[in-house]
Design a binder for this molecule. Sequence first.
Ligand SMILES: Nc1ncnc2c1ncn2[C@@H]1O[C@H](COP(=O)(O)OP(=O)(O)OP(=O)(O)O)[C@@H](O)[C@H]1O
Ligand SMILES: [Mg+2]
Length: 338
Amino acid sequence: MSGGQPLLEVDGLKKHFPIRSGVLGGVSAHVYAVDGVSFDIRRGETLSLVGESGCGKSTVGKSILRLIEPTAGEVRLDGQRIDNLPAGQLRPLRRRVQVVFQDPFSSLNPRMRVRDILAEPLRNFGLATGHGETEDRVASLMDKVRLPRDAIGRFPHEFSGGQRQRIGIARALAPGADLIICDEAVSALDVSVKAQIVNLLSDLQDELGLALLFISHDLAIVEHLTHRVAVMYLGKIVELAERSTLFARSHHPYTRALLSAVPVPDPEAQRQRIILTGDVPSPINPPSGCRFHTRCPFVFDRCRVEEPLLRPVGKAGHISACHLEHAPGGEVVPQPNA
Ligand SMILES: Nc1ncnc2c1ncn2[C@@H]1O[C@H](COP(=O)(O)OP(=O)(O)OP(=O)(O)O)[C@@H](O)[C@H]1O
Ligand SMILES: [Mg+2]
């Protein structure tokens, strides 16, 4: 593992959305959308955040971006707190951390030509002055995302879904970001287009030293571009590991269940087929003990009462929040009470 300070550090992040009810609008409950999430991302690294719909992935991304205010925890960029910056001091964060959402239609102004969509952040951050310099920068952004330069006069609706996502990526690159949060950035695209965008992101990362937080409900897609994977379940990270470790030697039954749905090209990979039953419980009233216990095929008494903490399992940097131990063959056995 490389030393030095991580680019991004997320420490004990929580976001509890209040639910208001009644005529007076008092807070009657909370949605525990993100409930104590910690991870870091190094410069030039891709960390993927995966898990089923509603587990809190986008809420983590939006909290880092300060599109929503976190309830608790700390977020640091190059060691500087960004979670508590006053609204008037968000400019450096807005320049250095960018986002690409799933639906470029809703995030690209339909009445703006691509030239203006890309020139706007350049102007906002004072990165290009004068017409000539702006045109040059815009042209070079088009090159970076492999779109024809002569398309700058067109409107978003004149492009295909994959091309629109390239425009979204170009706009994220415009201010010279260090970190791009890709929130389901390829989820809506056709399989072949998905692969092209994933390749583009990974080339851009090599070229520019970008860090990526790649949010996806689809484990199969992250396998091709990620360095590490964090698996979330109901507001918490349940397992985090290097890509190869996670795909070949996952520890948590939830990760194994997600992997059960992914085709395995590697016959060496140890895969225990786990089919999940039941729905994800409500984050308003998460289960006691281990939040996954209501759906876990290996549940035992301890899981219902004691919350498992993330602990090192196997290789360095591999952590998992589960009371189970694994026998050498990969089968799981309950860990004796501490
Ligand atoms: N503004 C809000 N007010 C109340 N609850 C919210 C709000 N935004 C999100 N939630 C709830 O927080 C939980 C986490 O939502 P989030 O969008 O972060 O999940 P996600 O993992 O990104 O899901 P998906 O894969 O569907 O995008 C969900 O239960 C969601 O309904
Ligand atoms: Mg989401």
